[in-house]
Write a protein that binds this ligand. Structure first.
Ligand code: HEC
Length: 88
């Protein structure tokens, strides 16, 4: 009986750890700043406009469109928008 409880507890603990690790945002995303992601992603297809080119609202729209084109994750797109707005 005691063994069974220990076994169940251990399995549950491992399951929780695996779930947490697999659902976490990948490290390569969390470590990069918005400026870094902007410099790497947005030059792939065209010249990059300076952050001052557009207003905050315009950047929201532009990056929403480019999030799809550039295959960015939501986290990456949010960081880029944050950077573009902060440099305005
Ligand atoms: C896969 C290629 C690709 C990538 C990567 C890309 N873009 Fe674009 N971008 C385009 C194309 C094509 C257009 C022109 C057509 C359009 O507006 O949809 C464009 C247009 C734009 C425009 C012009 C809007 C306007 O009204 O003049 C802005 C601003 C822009 N991109 C910003 C960005 C930013 C910021 C990133 C990085 C998050 C980015 N792009 C990444 C392909 C890309």
């Amino acid at each position: 009986m005691k063994n069974r409880i220990l076994y169940t507890t251990t399995v549950m603990f491992i399951a929780v750890v695996i779930l947490q690790v697999s659902c976490a945002t990948p490290k390569y995303v969390t470590e990069k700043s918005g400026a870094q992601l902007w410099g790497e992603s947005c030059v792939r297809c065209h010249n990059i406009a300076s952050p001052a080119t557009f207003s905050d609202v315009q950047w929201d729209v532009a990056v929403k469109h480019m999030e799809f084109r550039a295959q960015l994750t939501k986290e990456e797109a949010e960081k880029i928008v944050e950077f573009l707005k902060s440099a305005n």
